[in-house]
Design a protein around this ligand. Sequence first.
Ligand code: UT7
Length: 333
Amino acid sequence: MEKPKAVITGVGAYYPEYILTNEELSRMVDTTDEWIMTRVGIRERRILREPGKGSAYLGAKAVEDLFRKTGTRPEEVDLLICCTVTPDMHFPANGNIISDMAGIKNAFSFDLNAGCSGFVYGLVTAAQFVENGHYKKVVLVGAEKMSAITDYTDRTTCPLFGDAAAAVLLEPSREETGVIDYITRSDGSGWRHLLMKAGGSLNPPTFETVAAREHFIYQEGKVVFKHAVSNMADVSVEIMKRNNLSADDVAWLVPHQANMRIISATGERMGLPASKVMVNIQRYGNTTSATIPLCLYEWEEQLKKGDNLILAAFGAGFTWGAIYLKWGYNTGM
Ligand code: UT7
């Protein structure tokens, strides 16, 4: 018998209420709304300010929203994968903590870290367990509290990131919907250009690492930009070609939201009009593993069963990839 496809059957999300605007940022560091809008395309981002709450809280809220929307009971979940670079703790995994918070018992749960490609890597990974018939209900959640590792004295990184979480439910499909094809790549030599220098086993925390601000994101923006813009577009074009998809056949590009210029360049290389490219970077900034599912969440009502979607991302590692996904449902409006 043919293997089932892994299809997304629902989307949930959660983002904190507090809005950090460019105007407020320009009072914290030497920057302007004009610079951030023209160089990156972000106007505001959400920040989780309540003490005692981390990315697992955001993730659990997104999963609860997913359960509510899809009518899923926590005990039905077989597997939960949390994609994150900002787990509550080094260990245990956020996947375990989110499962506990959302009432999921005895499910296989773990974390996956692929920087900003987290959701693309996560979807490819999660799909295997559905396609091989082992699991019927799989939750994939991207949950990030980027504000916890953002240096709000560094103007080159602090405008870029925001906090959010979004989750999808994956189930087996006997139809030609779901994950059809994927290209996943990495180049570990890129690790030195985008990282958090201290806090791991290489440079455990000391007074010196804290004083040197090494527990925050370090990014060589120009180098990362150059690799992101070519690699994200290359895999997006490659996946279209090998599936014989023309620009007309593609309903939506769902790109990672790091920089409006990277998003536009990818859309243009694919030959897509801007109207087919999901963009919400102006309202959330770069929420790392949460950007792509947050787009799916916001566009859900416009998506139709059978729509061809290309998901594409680039991030720390370096990691990058593209997925050809056939949307599986109409929202019944
Ligand atoms: O999601 C994971 C992967 N990450 C990415 O894909 C991010 C890729 N990189 C980028 O998006 C861009 O490189 C940035 C948005 C990070 C930076 O944009 P850029 O156009 O590459 O700027 P730059 O770093 O080349 O800096 C240009 C100038 C510099 O001034 P000088 O040296 O020309 O005088 C910076 O100091 O802009 C200055 N600058 C700023 N000015 C005002 C940098 N940050 C700011 C700022 N406000 N916030």
